[in-house]
Design a protein around this ligand. Structure first.
Ligand code: ADP
Ligand code: MG
Length: 729
């Protein structure tokens, strides 16, 4: 069977796909359950669990509040209840679930089964719950540990819920853990995030207490994550080596109609996709993840899901679980879910918007403007603090969202540029701008939106208008870090964002203390803080079109860094002035950051290497043979036409065109060859080489292969096209 037949067969197979039916959760009497009745059924309740005695519950609360350490006795009591819950649910194994520097999750399973003498029993000991020792030598460590001391330990994170993962033939109890070295250094993404959460709570609580909010005992960074993704049919996916190897297409010609008509965005969700989303949601609800929003995104084949926000640590863990669920359920529905930031050239890429805010233990959101924001001095001071944090630590924020894949999206369609700026919306910006000039702000009357149709419900004009082009936007009562990539583990950007804010908050607290000691009142101090930080940071505030060329020039004249590539960003971040605060705040230790730097740079280079090799292979083994085949057909045709004495000008023109593209493609590919053998250079040099030379060559290859695809007859093109991948489902 020839390859071209395979693609045709696949197409007809995909045409016949049906939506997959999923049984909805029912009770024992067969009555359908409401979501609220099975929500969180696969999550272990540590708080308010009636299987613990009142004393144990109290002790657990103290541990969660950080006023007591977890001892072995308490751990044993918890382990017993966890085990009987897990067994009741039908789990046979447990695992420590953690997030090494790869950015994805890792797990090593152990059976509950153990032998007491020769009697089989199920067991989960206190130490099995609290600590594990997976072999750490094969995880990337960026050179921080030599192999002989490659031990790594996982330790239970009590603040993130224990859950049960269901598979076709069994269930596993998953215990969220941190992953640390023998010396307590973080080997993961979670540990620094947890440190930043505690430190942020401390600084923000002090801030509130100084301002007279004595009842504030703790402050949590809240986070809601919007996750974008693409779905392609599984059968097409496995015929695209580039998608399988690198997550994005490395050849492909865009269809004439793609997203120009905006007819996909918020359109009716295709039946097969909706069935998929519904099954994902059932799984997420069982895991206690409150999936809230689902919709079509802008590009064909692109979708979004967003759960209700929670504390940042849980949100980060849940996002990993959500991604895993989207991926595994997709397989059942004969889809593959793509998280790459730019799987298809020239249409929108996927992001992961981090909605971030701060709220105290009484539920007060520090970023809530209220109905008269110009008189809400604490709110204005908080916004100014965040602006200063972003301005001061723009390099670390840029580095935190950097990856080889996100580089394709930053600055692309509907994606924020690599210049980190803050959008505040018209109202907040004009209030704060008055602090620069010293003028008084007089609020504009909030107007009703005039629809011209009396049948419609009336509503007030929203003054926190949205700017979709900003990497960091104030949206109502939270900031939205929009530059984060869809494939990212949000732990790192969250940590860096938290740290940036802690840094400025700590300085602010000293300032407040000093002013109060000198006899100032709270309102005056708050106004002074707002002025101090807004004067210092207002250059980072930009409400205009972040995609315009003018902004790039304007940002440069304002002195804002524009770190175009991840390699640039990492190298800049590695300069002491750009990360010292992370050490000073105790969020990262020098060895940890060095590891992270090395791991990220290596990952960038390895991924580029894989991409270029895959691309070259596809050109040599798939694209060129399609073109050769067509050339052969044309040559035979021309020969026949010549013999007949008929005109063959058009055929010859096409043949020459195919030949000339092929020649150029061959010469570009030859340049890729030696480029790939640069192992003896430093990672920085390799990175810069990939980012500046390799990608240009690769782009060239994409263009030329696209030109061939546009000439070679569809029936002779052996790999699924953008048309197949984006439009057939
Ligand atoms: P958008 O209009 O930006 O697409 P979505 O409804 O898709 O908004 O997502 C907004 C996300 O922000 C949700 O995850 C939501 O729970 C979260 N969110 C809402 N309020 C807050 C808040 N105060 N802090 C953090 N996240 C929030
Ligand atoms: Mg959204």
């Amino acid at each position: 069977m020839s390859l071209q037949n395979t693609r045709e067969i696949t197409k007809s197979q995909v045409f016949q796909r049906k939506s997959l039916h999923k049984e909805l959760p029912k009770n024992a009497q067969g009555k359908m359950l409401k979501v609220s009745q099975y929500f969180g059924e696969n999550v272990f309740q540590l708080k308010n669990n009636r299987n613990f005695s009142a004393d144990t519950q109290k002790e657990i609360l103290s541990v969660l509040e950080g006023t007591k350490a977890l001892d072995k006795k308490l751990a044993k009591q918890i382990a017993d209840v966890v085990l009987s819950w897990a067994l009741e649910k039908g789990a046979t194994h447990f695992c420590h679930w953690f997030q090494p520097l790869t950015g994805s999750t890792a797990e090593k399973h152990d059976a509950f089964l153990t032998l007491k003498g020769d009697r089989p029993i199920e067991k989960l000991s206190a130490s099995q719950l609290m600590q594990g020792e997976p072999d750490a030598s094969s995880f990337p460590n960026g050179g921080s540990r030599s192999t002989f001391e490659a031990r790594g330990y996982t330790c239970w994170d009590l603040t993130s819920p224990i859950f049960i993962k269901e598979n076709t033939n069994g269930k596993t109890l998953c215990i969220p853990t941190a992953f640390i070295s023998y010396h307590g250094d973080a080997l993961d993404i979670k540990t620094p995030l947890l440190r930043s959460m505690s430190s942020l709570s401390e600084a923000a609580t002090t801030f509130l207490n100084l301002l007279g909010v004595k009842e504030a005992k703790s402050v949590t960074a809240s986070c809601g994550i919007e996750q974008e993704y693409f779905l392609v049919d599984k059968a097409f996916y496995y015929q695209r080596e580039d998608l399988v190897m690198s997550g994005r297409t490395l050849v492909g010609s865009l269809t004439p109609k793609n997203q120009q008509l905006s007819d996909h965005y918020f359109g009716t969700i295709p039946e097969r996709v909706l069935s998929y989303m519904q099954e994902c949601e059932i799984e997420l609800y069982k895991l206690g993840i409150p999936a809230k929003t689902r919709h079509n995104e802008v590009a064909p084949g692109q979708f979004e899901i967003a759960p209700i926000f929670s504390d940042a640590n849980t949100a980060a863990d849940n996002n990993q679980l959500l991604m895993a669920t989207l991926k595994s359920v997709a397989q059942k529905h004969d889809f593959v879910c793509l998280f790459h930031e730019k799987p298809f050239a020239d249409i929108n890429g996927s992001g992961k918007h981090l909605n971030w805010s701060l709220s105290d233990n009484n539920g007060t959101n520090l970023l809530e403007p209220g109905s008269t924001p110009h008189e809400n001095y604490r709110f204005l001071a908080m916004v100014a603090i965040v602006c200063e944090a972003v301005k001061r630590h723009a390099v670390s924020l840029r580095a935190a969202i950097g990856s080889h894949s996100n580089d394709h999206r930053l600055g692309g369609h509907e994606a924020p540029p690599s210049i980190i700026s803050v959008f505040l919306g018209a109202t907040v910006k004009s209030i704060l701008d008055k602090y620069l000039t010293g003028d008084n702000y007089s609020p504009e009357e909030q107007t009703m939106i005039n629809t011209g149709a009396g049948q419609l419900a009336q509503f007030l004009q929203d003054n926190t208008d949205r700017n979709r082009t900003s990497p960091f936007a104030f949206t109502g009562n939270k900031f939205e870090f929009r530059a984060v990539g869809s494939s990212a583990n949000v732990g790192f950007p969250l940590t860096v964002l938290n740290a940036a804010v802690i840094d400025v908050l700590k300085e602010t607290n000293l300032f407040i203390q000093e002013k109060l000691n000198a006899g100032s009142d709270v309102k005056t101090v708050l106004k002074e803080i707002t002025k101090k930080w807004y004067v210092s940071s207002h250059d980072v505030v930009f409400n205009g079109d972040g995609y315009s060329e003018d902004w790039v020039k304007e940002a440069s004249s304002r002195g804002l860094p524009n770190l175009r590539t991840t390699v640039d960003a990492l190298i800049e971040f590695n300069k002491p002035g750009n990360h010292q605060h992370l050490f000073d705040l105790g969020v990262y230790r020098p060895t940890e950051l060095e590891s992270l730097y090395n791991v990220n740079l290596e990952k960038y280079n390895t991924c580029r290497d894989i991409e270029l090799r895959t691309q070259k292979k596809m050109i040599d083994r798939t694209i060129k043979p399609c073109a050769y085949q067509y050339k052969k057909e044309l040559a035979v045709l021309i020969k026949d036409l010549k013999e007949l004495g008929t005109s063959y000008a058009s055929e010859e023109k096409t043949l020459n065109k195919v030949s000339s593209i092929l020649d150029e493609l061959t010469s570009v590919c030859e340049k890729l060859g030696p480029f790939l053998n640069t192992d003896n250079e430093s990672e920085e040099k390799r990175g810069a080489n990939y980012a500046n030379v390799g990608l240009d060559l690769s782009e060239k290859v994409i263009t030329l292969a696209g030109e061939l695809e546009d000439i070679v007859p569809d029936a002779s093109w052996t790999i699924p096209t953008y048309f197949d991948l984006l439009f057939i489902r």
